[in-house]
Write a new protein. Structure first.
Length: 458
């Protein structure tokens, strides 16, 4: 009887501890990793590093000097030598360590064994990046960081940069317009495309940048940010007037570059290789970011007259995509589907959009439109996005690299509030003043009624 009582007394706290650990792992994976997962994975890595490297084929034969030294000092067997390991650096989401490759090895050898390393060390994923020739970094992620997205406190920012999502390797995905000037964002309804757009606008609202919107859904997506927008078109008719103004602004900026650099005024724009960033800061015009939501609405026509207007708008968009970067004009094109069936010029415009972000789509053909020219694996990854994970997307560019990302939740009210607080940063662009939207005034809170004086009586 005493033994049973003792077991109950000991087993109760152990059961509670195990239940608490299981609950933390399911509901608060970050806390579980910092308290339990990190020590366990570190012990596994230190205790099995040599054997795991040998099993993965990453260990190499020792040098002759090492063989002679081992045979002269000990009688133990000479075993293959694993890559030299650096210091293990814990993070809030995993571990990081660097490996010095042996002669004859390449980073692809380590990347091919990433899945084996994941299972051997009990982590969620292992990612390999090249630091410098002969040195790679292993980034071990302890849990699924895309299930509950929490952006790092120190996200890489800067001018014309906006951290908008989290990568699957726990690093922030930063939209950098200086590196990738134009981007195509595709996604079906309720896939998180609008959330991605909110983060972009909120990230750029605090910078000295002119934001221009084309939202042919009567402005339901971009109108809440009117206080920060320099121009807004809410239907194809207004877009047909706004796009020529942007093309004219681009041509004026080219004339400014010519005048500053002494280039002949009749030189074609295609032969100018410099940009506005070579101008003095006092003469440099502000960058312009053009957001086009539901780009298919600019292509769809019903009459002959609308077809002529469509061709003109598409031509202007292509010109902005081809020549706008040097003039400081950047494009962010969004839609549910963007293929050759939209009409003339669709494929040519898509080819100018270097960056690609594909959320959940309704068919494989839509994923191929965004990612087919990057990698077949990226297409399959986009088709595997579940509807239960809005905001999850596959991001890549024409260099061939791609990764999964997920945008954290940002309410429309919070994004609109950021734009209202940044309304004083709207730059003065004279050519866009006729298209400046009417921003609703901030509601004034009613003051509490003053208390009436009450006479003092006995």
């Amino acid at each position: 009887m005493t033994d049973i009582t003792t077991l109950l007394e000991v087993g109760g706290p152990l059961a509670a501890l195990g239940g608490g650990a299981a609950y933390a792992r399911a509901q608060h994976p970050g806390i579980y990793w910092s308290t339990i997962g990190l020590p366990i994975s570190t012990v596994r890595l230190l205790g099995s590093y040599s054997s795991v490297m040998e099993a993965c084929g990453l260990a190499v034969a020792p040098s002759r000097l090492r063989v002679l030294a081992v045979k002269a000092t000990t009688r133990r067997e000479v075993r293959p030598v694993p890559p030299r390991r650096g210091i293990i650096r814990p993070t809030s989401t995993g571990l990081r360590l660097r490996l010095r490759l042996a002669p004859g090895q390449e980073p692809a050898d380590v990347a091919a064994s990433a899945e084996r390393l994941r299972h051997a060390w009990g982590v969620h994923a292992v990612y390999v990046t090249t630091v410098k020739p002969g040195v790679v970094e292993l980034r071990l992620v302890g849990f699924d960081v895309l299930r509950k997205v929490r952006m790092p406190r120190k996200s890489e920012g800067g001018f014309l940069k906006a951290p908008v999502a989290l990568r699957e390797d726990a690093t922030p995905f930063v939209r950098d317009y200086r590196t990738i000037p134009h981007q195509l964002t595709l996604g079906a309804t309720l896939s998180g495309k609008s959330m991605y757009l909110r983060h972009l606008i909120a990230g750029l609202a605090r910078q000295r940048v002119a934001l221009v919107g084309v939202d042919c859904k009567r402005g339901v997506e971009l109108a809440p940010f009117a206080s920060r927008l320099s121009a807004l078109a809410t239907d194809p008719e207004q877009a047909a007037e706004l796009l020529p103004a942007l093309v004219k602004e681009m041509e004026d900026r080219y004339d400014l570059i010519k005048a500053r650099q002494g280039i002949a005024p009749d030189t074609p724009e295609e032969e100018i290789t410099s940009d506005i960033w070579g101008l003095p800061e006092s003469e440099r015009p502000v960058p312009i970011v053009l957001f086009v939501d539901e780009v298919a609405e600019l292509f769809l026509v019903a009459t002959k007259k609308e077809e002529e207007r469509r061709d003109e708008m598409v031509t202007q968009l292509i010109r902005l995509a081809q020549l706008g970067r040097a003039a400081g004009i950047y494009l962010e094109v969004c839609g549910q589907r963007f293929g050759a069936e939209l009409g003339k010029g669709a494929t040519m415009l898509r080819a100018q959009l270097t960056g690609r972000v594909c959320h959940r789509v309704n068919d494989e053909a839509s994923a191929k439109m965004a990612l087919g020219d990057i990698a077949p694996e990226a297409v399959m990854a986009a088709c595997a996005i579940a509807p239960e994970r809005p905001g999850l997307a596959v991001a890549g560019d024409t260099s061939g690299g791609w990764s999964r990302i997920r945008t954290p939740y940002l309410s429309l009210g919070d994004a609109a509030e950021i734009c209202r607080d940044s309304a004083h940063l709207v730059p003065d662009v004279p050519s866009l003043k006729p298209f400046r939207p009417d921003a609703p005034a901030r509601p004034v809170e009613k003051a509490a009624p003053a208390a009436r004086p009450v006479p003092v009586t006995d």
